[in-house]
Design a protein around this ligand. Structure first.
Ligand SMILES: *Cc1c(COP(=O)(O)O)cnc(C)c1O
Length: 353
């Protein structure tokens, strides 16, 4: 008998549907953000669907991620934007892999002028997040004298997009409108997943969604417009009866109040089951959520399958997916879908179906 292992399965139809849903919401071209191995789902598992759906621009964080994407594209043409920008020692690699740096300050602009071989760049303007990018007045200085830079895209990033009523959203929108007018030849991009669902005025030319393509709601909770894409499953390895008064797992943190049937499942924190999932967490099995019993260990969790005769070795439980939304599973561990998805470990098999 071949025993199943922990697996992250990408539903390609759902992935395509989410791309269309984001596009419909913001009425802009969708450039998928595929940093961190496509939010943990696996670049090879998602790229064919994005290409089939007509995506021709992508965002990554690191140069190495861009190089990998360029290689996976084979000969197919696509724009690859690198959010980290350019450092002097990176310019040659960006040029060699035909990557477009997203410049963050005047120093990077100077590096790209001298080492960028006349190639296109993007400009990141910080309108309120205070993370990467030119301040608006610095962007105005740049726009006044590009010094030969070919600015293909001007972008900014929302701080509070996942809170639609937050006043910073509109303030950033207004600031971005002013900034983009300084670069009349460039396309404009403001919206991440959340921004795309704030309304078409946030769409500009290009949207940069990540999490909602991969099944996370734009507002950090399940959203009817977004389909589950990633299903994280793991096999039951053993089922045991624990009598009342005995404890389960490290630290004896759970004690059975009565006879409990406990399924030991082959996924632990090394696979991306967050240790903080206990005591609030649950997995989905046989039509219902099944609470975690005791601490998450490196390779295993224990779940309550009392009164659940379907629980047998080899059966698969769902850690998140179409029955247990990734946003809900994340909330049970005190975090957000982004962290849960990108925590899925390297020994978990990735497949697309
Ligand atoms: C990660 C990232 C995105 C994608 O954000 P989501 O919230 O996952 O849609 C877009 N833009 C920038 C600058 C990012 O860093």
């Amino acid at each position: 008998m071949t025993s199943p292992s922990a697996t992250l399965t990408v539903d390609r139809d759902a992935l395509a549907a989410n791309l269309r849903a984001v596009e419909a919401a913001c009425r802009a071209e969708v450039a998928p953000v595929v940093k961190a191995d496509a939010y943990g789902l696996g670049l090879p598992q998602v790229l064919p669907t994005f290409l089939e759906q007509g995506a021709r621009a992508f965002f990554v964080a690191r140069t190495a991620e861009g190089e990998r994407l360029r290689e996976m594209l084979g000969g197919r043409s696509a724009e690859i934007f690198v959010l980290d920008g350019v450092a002097p020692g990176r310019a040659a690699r960006l040029c060699a892999a035909d990557l477009i740096p997203v410049l963050n300050d005047a120093g990077e602009a100077e590096v790209w002028r001298t080492l960028g071989d006349g190639r296109a760049c993007a400009v990141h303007v910080d309108t309120g997040l205070n993370r990467l990018g030119f301040r608006p007045e610095q962007a105005a200085d740049l726009a006044r004298d590009l010094g030969g830079l070919r600015v293909e895209l001007v972008m900014s990033h929302l701080a509070c997009g996942s809170e639609p009523k937050h006043p910073l959203n509109r303030a950033q929108l207004e600031a971005f409108r002013a900034v983009r007018s300084l670069f009349p030849g460039a396309r404009a991009s403001l919206a991440n997943s959340a921004g795309a669902f704030l309304g078409a005025e946030y769409g500009f030319d290009l949207a940069r969604p990540g999490v909602s393509l991969y099944g996370g709601g734009p507002f950090e909770r399940p959203d009817p417009r977004i389909a589950a894409v990633a299903t994280f499953s793991a096999p039951i390895l053993q089922v045991r009866r624990v009598p009342p008064g005995e404890s389960v797992g490290y630290g004896a943190s759970y004690t059975a109040d009565r006879d409990r049937d406990v399924a030991i499942v082959g996924a632990g924190y090394a696979d991306g089951v967050l240790r903080a999932a206990f005591p609030s967490g649950a997995v989905w099995f046989d039509g219902a959520p099944r609470p975690l019993l005791g601490r998450v260990s490196m390779d295993l969790i224990a779940i309550d399958v009392s009164d659940c005769p379907a629980a047998r070795p080899g059966e698969l439980v769902e850690l998140f997916g179409s029955n247990l939304p990734v946003d809900e599973a994340a909330a049970m561990a005190g975090t957000i879908a982004y962290e849960l998805l990108t925590s899925v470990g390297p020994r978990v098999t990735r497949v697309a179906a």
